[in-house]
Write a protein that binds this ligand. Structure first.
Ligand code: MG
Length: 226
């Protein structure tokens, strides 16, 4: 039998920077509302794509761009700590990209998105994919003003991603379970991941995809209402 373990959790007010953190979060929410107003005033729809490094966020954006670029004028805002690798990839599809390098920060915030929007001619756009910085913790607390938040989880991350990071799955309205072509090799059941996501967020829409063979990409596009 497994021994019960003692778990230490910070109590209310025990984390030293909690007040500062709450200020940041409140300010971010104000800015996110402003971002949304700007987007709506131009009729531009924005999609915040979150997920771990290597979950396939960039690849999914590329596959969607390939299918949507005839119907929509698309741009991408790419959040990354240090590189332009992902925006370079998407730019090759003829999409206008704006790179945001966050340095020490593990998430985009609405202020950075606002700055990125200044680099785009919104009157010439219909759709913006925002690729958030790759991790499952920080982005959850910082809405960006996007119309949809998507969280991508791949079977290569193992079976416990959802239960270990429930908050981001509560924040998102769409969960993509990616790399299903590798599910058998990984010994991970994508349907189990889908069930976990629905358990933490009963209203979430789950889509199973493979960027490599294209399965589910059209389902994702449909789920996004595009
Ligand atoms: Mg990426």
């Amino acid at each position: 039998m497994e021994m019960p373990r003692e778990v230490i959790r910070p109590g209310e007010g025990e984390v030293l920077d909690i007040e500062l953190q709450e200020d940041f979060i409140r300010r971010n929410e104000e800015l996110a509302r402003r971002v949304r107003e700007i987007l709506d005033s131009h009729g531009v729809r924005a999609i915040d794509v979150m997920g771990s490094i290597g979950s396939g966020k960039t690849c999914l954006i590329e596959r969607m761009v390939e299918r949507l670029r005839e119907r929509y004028r698309i741009a991408m805002i790419g959040g990354d700590v240090a590189t332009t690798i992902d925006t370079d990839r998407v730019a090759r599809h003829g999409v206008k990209v704006v790179q945001v390098n966050t340095g020490a920060e593990c998430h985009l915030d609405a202020n950075l998105v606002m700055k990125a929007l200044e680099r785009l001619d919104l009157s010439k756009l219909d759709l913006i994919f925002i690729e958030n910085v790759g991790n499952l913790i920080c982005p959850a607390e910082y809405p960006l003003g996007a119309h949809v938040r998507v969280v991508v989880v791949s079977v290569t991350e193992g079976p416990y991603t959802v239960v270990k990071h429930p908050m981001i799955f509560r924040e998102a309205s769409i969960c993509v379970v990616n790399k299903i072509d590798l599910a058998e090799a990984m010994g991970v059941d994508p349907h189990r991941i889908a069930e976990d996501a629905r358990r933490v967020n009963p209203s979430i829409t789950v889509v199973l995809t493979s960027c490599r063979d294209g399965r589910g990409i059209d389902d994702l596009i449909r789920a996004l209402g595009l």
